[in-house]
Design a protein around this ligand. Structure first.
Ligand SMILES: Cc1cc2nc3c(=O)[nH]c(=O)nc-3n(C[C@H](O)[C@H](O)[C@H](O)COP(=O)(O)OP(=O)(O)OC[C@H]3O[C@@H](n4cnc5c(N)ncnc54)[C@H](O)[C@@H]3O)c2cc1C
Length: 434
């Protein structure tokens, strides 16, 4: 009987190396006050070490320069990398570039177009260019992408794009944007949208601003990690900048988002664990009202609840990853949806408790918890808000049930049926039912 919760020893060795490497080499970088270019120079030798160990861009198949890890292995890896915002950059799988690379790889597979590799995929993997994913619009509900209105129309050997997008993460520092637009408004939206590569220097494309957010209210334009608002006005791109077959926009978006959600969830577990470690250390160190915080039952409850919630989220996420490896993303939709909202809530709760235990210190930027809190809040919105994933799960669950005027477990109804079923036996026993 196969029911095994253990990690393969050979892979566990790799994970052990990553744990030490991230803690000793990546954590210290978080505290340096340097700009993006300086940061990339500091990170370069670490990236070289990761490449030497064959752990670079592990989400991609070997043919594309990756390790071809399955989702389960990737999940375990992301749990470690996610502890630091720089972990994914050091290992060549930071969002949104990693998801965009996966999307381009999927488009190559669908169309057999090898040129995509040299033009965009390899430069992206080598860090020569940066990318953004431009799907959400300010004036339509991002939670329902069937409502997208950004339009791409064929004109001879070109596509002409018109529309407005926002929250394109890294849009203002990207070289290319992967854009989702409506190519055929006359069919169902699931067949009527397509993905394009749009170089940011194309005439008609204007980066209007970086949107200020909880992450950076007084936003500085052009910072890595910002979210851009972008106007597309008669943007003309060559026909071959359509990636994937025409009408495959939703399919490609799912290819990108399914594995991406598992990786997010595992990264969130890494973040939760880090916040949890801080909470426990502080609880054992702070004395107030006659005892350590660790001796107060409320704090003990926070620790016990956090431990259990993180454990549940971890098992759910690893199970979803395992199921994806077994039967693919589309048959694992409910598992992926469940970890998206459950994992985001666990992250939010654990970070919130850790912040509370630290009091004013937790609220201050002398600790990383306040930044983790802001990131945790966003997790409940991006890649689909919690409510949408809950709706998906509830709908699928409800399909397995039928309405019944008298509840199936209604005791008087069941008693009447049981008396009929066991009438002879009850008679023999001399039992009379009221
Ligand atoms: C930090 C961050 C990074 C992002 N990065 C990108 C990016 O790189 N590229 C990109 O294209 N987009 C990005 N987004 C946008 C993100 O994908 C959207 O914000 C998300 O899909 C929700 O769309 P919306 O903001 O338009 O909210 P709306 O669709 O307006 O929804 C608003 C709220 O309505 C509620 N709601 C929606 N549907 C339902 C329902 N069925 N039942 C009950 N309640 C519901 C939810 O509470 C939801 O939060 C990012 C967002 C954030 C916060």
């Amino acid at each position: 009987m196969a029911w095994d919760f253990q990690t393969d020893p050979a892979f566990e060795e790799k994970l052990a190396w990553m744990r030490t490497f991230v803690k000793e080499e990546v954590f210290p970088i978080e505290t340096l006050k340097i700009n993006r270019e300086q940061l990339m120079q500091v990170i370069k030798p670490l990236q070289d070490e990761v490449k030497k160990r064959g752990l670079w861009a592990a989400h991609l198949p070997p043919a594309l320069g990756g390790m071809g890890f399955g989702q389960l292995e990737l999940g375990l890896m992301h749990e470690i990398l996610g502890q630091s915002p720089y972990g994914p950059v050091v290992f060549g799988n930071n969002a949104p570039d990693s998801g965009n690379a996966e999307l381009l790889a999927a488009a190559m597979e669908m169309t057999g177009r090898e040129d995509i590799r040299e033009r965009w995929l390899n430069p992206l993997l080598n860090g020569e260019i940066r990318s953004g994913f431009s799907m959400t619009e300010p004036n339509t509900a991002g939670s329902d992408p069937r409502l997208l209105v950004t339009r791409a129309e064929k004109d001879g050997e070109e596509w002409v794009i018109n529309g407005r997008k926002w929250y394109t993460t890294n849009g203002s520092v990207a070289n290319i944007l992967i854009l989702m637009a409506v190519t055929n408004p006359d069919v169902h939206p699931y067949q009527g949208s397509s993905m394009f590569v749009v170089p940011v220097n194309t005439p008609g494309l204007t980066i209007l601003r970086d949107v200020g957010s909880m992450d950076d209210p007084e936003v500085t334009y052009g910072r890595f990690g910002n979210h851009a608002e972008i106007l597309y006005e008669d943007v003309r791109i060559p026909a071959d900048h359509l990636v994937g077959p025409e009408g495959s926009g939703f399919l490609l978006a799912q290819t990108r988002l399914g594995p991406g959600r598992i990786h997010h969830c595992m990264r969130w577990l890494g973040q939760s664990q880090r916040a949890f470690d801080m909470m426990c250390e502080r609880a054992l160190s702070r004395f107030t009202h006659g005892s350590l915080l660790a001796e107060k039952q409320t704090v003990q409850n926070w620790i016990a609840d956090s431990k259990a919630e993180m454990h549940a989220a971890r098992l759910m996420t690893l199970h979803a990853a395992w199921k994806m490896d077994q039967v693919g993303a589309s048959q694992s939709r409910d598992e992926i949806a469940m970890i998206k909202y459950y994992g985001a809530t666990v992250l939010h709760n654990v970070v919130d408790r850790a912040l509370q235990v630290h009091g004013s210190l937790g609220y201050s930027s002398d600790m990383p918890i306040e930044g983790m809190y802001r990131a945790a809040r966003a997790a409940r919105i991006y890649d689909g808000p919690d409510e949408v994933h809950k709706q998906t799960v509830a709908r699928h669950v409800l399909k397995e049930y039928t309405a019944s005027e008298i509840p199936t477990d209604h005791v008087p109804t069941r008693a009447a049926a049981a008396q009929v079923k066991y009438a002879d036996m009850l008679k023999q026993l001399g039992v009379t039912q009221s």
